[in-house]
Ligand binder design. Structure first.
Ligand code: GDP
Length: 304
């Protein structure tokens, strides 16, 4: 139920296509699977993932001796969930890692415009409402207006923002953020970072330096490195994910703007091709439009 509203576009497109297929074919045959393959690809599930799903579906249908396409529809959701989790336990992938012995640090990375600042603001609000003491660190010292934008979220959610001036050293901001978070006994520090991709090597070096400062100051941190991706950009999001995953140890994806796309299948493509779980999803522009990702709720939300 929690994804229902935000997934309306994907659900409408996906389930109407599947229902249409089921109505037209009735009995399972090769052409049915070919068309199903197209439906999944058009939802951005990703070619490799689609091939695998279709293969597994065909095997399962044979094994269970299923002839009726209506029954295949049920197997599809089962297989999508199974495929998402792979050999991992559901509980291993769901929710953000928390440091039980002190300060928890989340490092956000991602390209400008994907919704990184908004997601940080939403997460700060969510954690605060759970009773946690949150601090933000304005590590994007490059983009004009980035610091002010984070400060607006800080005011809106009642969370302090540690900042330097524009053009400052991001690693120094994060260092100060950790110091401030420790001294006010905060539970969580959320770090923003720059998202300029014009000079990839430069940005990746900057992010490594920030990460090293965090690792040095708080053993075991960062507890999550969250790559923010815009679901509406489809394959572009996939290529961004590859770029960041190649140079930073991304532990999870914050997938934004799922409400704005009919191609929610990107969730499976990312998990399958990059083996990175989706941890958070953005389902709108409001502060409350952020959910912890769960593949069950997500897949069954597509058919609801
Ligand atoms: P940043 O440059 O990555 O920090 O991006 P921003 O946080 O400034 O967000 C860019 C735009 O995307 C803003 O207009 C946000 O309101 C919008 N946005 C962010 N997350 C979501 C979401 O989950 N759904 C929708 N519909 N819009 C979003």
């Amino acid at each position: 139920a929690k994804f229902k509203k935000g997934l309306a576009k994907t659900r409408n497109s996906f389930s109407s296509k599947i229902n249409d297929l089921v109505a037209r074919y009735r009995t399972v045959d090769e052409e049915f699977f070919e068309e199903l393959e197209e439906v999944l690809i058009s939802a951005d599930v990703g070619v490799n993932a689609v091939m695998e799903i279709i293969e597994e579906l065909e095997m399962e249908v044979k094994r269970r001796n299923i002839k009726d396409t209506r029954q295949v529809k049920e197997v599809i959701s089962e297989k999508l969930v199974e495929m998402y989790y792979g050999d991992d336990q559901e509980s291993e992938l769901e929710g953000l890692t928390v440091n039980e012995d002190g300060l928890t640090i989340y490092l956000f990375v991602g390209v400008n415009g994907v919704g990184k600042t908004t997601t940080i603001g939403k997460l700060a609000d969510k954690l605060k409402k759970e009773g946690k003491k949150v601090t933000l660190a304005a590590g994007d010292t490059f983009r004009a207006g980035a610091i002010e934008q984070l400060e607006i979220w800080g005011e809106r959610t009642g969370v302090p923002v540690i900042k330097h001036s524009e053009g400052g050293d991001p690693a120094a901001v994060i260092f100060d953020g950790i110091k401030a978070a420790k001294s006010r006994n905060a539970d969580v520090l959320i770090c923003d970072t720059a998202g300029r991709l014009q000079n990839k090597v430069n940005l990746m070096n900057e992010l490594s330096k920030v990460k090293r400062v965090i690792e040095r100051e708080v053993p075991g941190a960062p507890h999550e490195v969250l790559l923010t991706l815009d679901a509406t950009t489809g394959q572009n999001a996939m290529s961004q994910a590859k770029t960041f995953a190649a140079s930073t140890d991304v532990t999870g994806i914050a997938l934004t703007k799922l409400d704005g796309t009919a191609k929610g299948g990107i969730v499976l493509a990312i998990r399958k091709e990059l083996e990175i779980p989706v941890k958070l999803v953005g389902l709108g522009e409001k502060v409350s439009d952020l959910e912890t990702f769960n593949a069950h709720a997500f897949v069954y939300g597509l058919f609801a």
